[in-house]
Design a protein. Structure first.
Length: 446
């Protein structure tokens, strides 16, 4: 494709000065900002797949400061278009589903899912409608969600990540609203030290302790990273007391706003991972998307659903958000939960990143050696924003089927002896393709 068509009109500039606030610009994601144009080069989840069943009302979507509407027309086709009617800017979320599109209730203009105006019933010209279009975006349905590509030019291939490729029996999908900037939420996902503190629970079951011991091991970690074609691989090693062995946890930062880590699925053993996306609603809020996956197809979805639904409302907002201190139970901090907010890791993450402020101020930070992945991710986002300005595809954008195999996205927690390198441990699992379900599907364009 002609890469010159990817060069955006960027209103903001990328700072050149050094200093603790160097990457603060990445918190702004409206169209025309460097970070906003970068995020628009990737497929982003926008709504759960059941948001627009047949016969449903239009579903409002706000993403990166843009107000859109998702709808399923009376022929079953799904579209994502500008929420404001192209005529006089009435709200199409109030529109009628009929005649192969979404009809504005103000003057009856009708739009299909591709943004084409099909009808202007009050106009005298039969051809005027052919000159009118509203913004629309390509859609892809996969992993229990609708995804949108909001950038220019031909969309990249939808990434065949293990957590997105398995069928419904292998995966649990949900989302949470976070009332803070996307970047601080995303950075929390690639901070391997916090798992030993924020998520520490008192585990009495020996099997669970064996699988989840990483979340209570406070041994000073050794963290190292390496660049990958899709982002950054993290190696987190902790000494195991009274042995020469080492606990090792391999996770991944996935450009630009995702990660692949071990989570709830860990009780089933190897072959699972959780992928998270922190998708900006605007600069002050985001959606935390969770795709919890295990190749065995034995996830306890009922337990997940029960735990999650007890913690959020029908709009996927954390119930604790109404309290300034998130209903923290300090009595439980003595022997049950380190944070005092129950056992749900999602609650822990959202509460703590919201506690940083609506937009975390980088100039107030004092980063340490264990923040190496966060520092590299910021630089990688910066490099990606510059690539977009130069008309290049940023890291992780997939254009060929050969590149769309992510067996190297290894996520595992294990134990290695003194004679085994972390790279060798990783490579063994990459060669096995142990994360992929026996039958995989990357979803479908809609």
């Amino acid at each position: 494709m002609d890469q010159t068509s990817l060069i955006p009109v960027v209103q903001d500039s990328i700072p050149s000065e050094r200093g603790p606030g160097r990457y603060q610009y990445l918190t702004r994601t409206n169209r025309g900002t460097p970070a906003g144009e970068l995020l628009r080069r990737y497929w982003q989840p926008i709504a759960l797949a059941d948001a627009v069943p047949p016969g449903s009302a239009p579903f409002p979507v706000r993403i990166m400061g843009e107000d859109l509407v998702l709808f399923r027309d009376d022929k079953g086709e799904v579209g994502l278009i500008n929420r404001k009617c192209a005529h006089r800017c009435a709200d199409l979320a109030l529109g009628r589903i009929e005649d192969g599109g979404l009809r504005c209730p103000y003057h009856g203009w009708l739009f299909d899912g591709k943004g084409k105006c099909l009808d202007q019933p009050a106009e005298h010209s039969a051809t005027a409608k052919d000159k009118v279009r509203t913004h629309s975006y390509p859609l892809h349905e996969a992993a229990g969600a609708f995804w949108a590509y909001m950038g220019p030019g031909e969309p990249p291939l939808f990434p065949n990540y293990p957590a997105l490729a398995g069928g419904d029996e292998h995966r649990y999908t949900c989302r949470w609203r976070g009332d803070c900037n996307w970047l601080q939420a995303s950075e929390g996902n690639i901070d391997p030290v916090h798992t030993s503190y924020l998520h520490q629970l008192e585990l009495t079951d020996e099997t669970m302790q064996a699988r989840w011991g990483v979340f209570s091991n406070k041994a000073r970690p050794i963290i190292s990273i390496e660049d990958t074609r899709f982002g950054v691989r993290l190696y987190t090693k902790r000494a195991i007391s009274e042995t020469r062995d080492t606990s090792i946890r391999i996770t991944n930062y996935v450009m630009p706003n995702a990660c692949a880590v071990g989570g709830f699925e860990g009780y089933l053993g190897d072959g699972g991972l959780t992928m998270l996306w922190d998708v900006p609603i605007d600069d002050h809020a985001h959606w935390r998307w969770e795709f919890i996956y295990h190749r065995s197809g034995q996830l306890d979805k009922e337990a997940l659903e029960k735990q999650y639904q007890a913690e959020k409302d029908e709009h996927d907002r954390m119930l604790r958000a109404d309290d300034p201190l998130f209903m923290q139970d300090r009595e439980s901090m003595k022997d049950a939960a380190y944070l005092g907010m129950g056992e749900c890791f999602s609650v822990h993450d959202i509460a703590i990143t919201q506690s940083q402020g609506v937009i975390h101020e980088h100039t107030h930070e004092h980063l340490g050696a264990t923040d190496v992945a966060i520092m590299r991710a910021r630089r990688m986002l910066d490099e990606g924003a510059r690539d977009v300005l130069e008309g290049k595809d940023p890291r992780g954008v997939v254009r060929t089927t050969e590149a769309n195999n992510f067996k190297d996205m290894v996520v595992i927690t294990g134990v290695i002896g003194p004679d085994t390198s972390q790279e060798a441990f990783c490579n063994v699992h990459a060669e096995d393709e142990f994360l992929f379900a026996p039958e995989t599907s990357g979803g479908r364009d809609v």
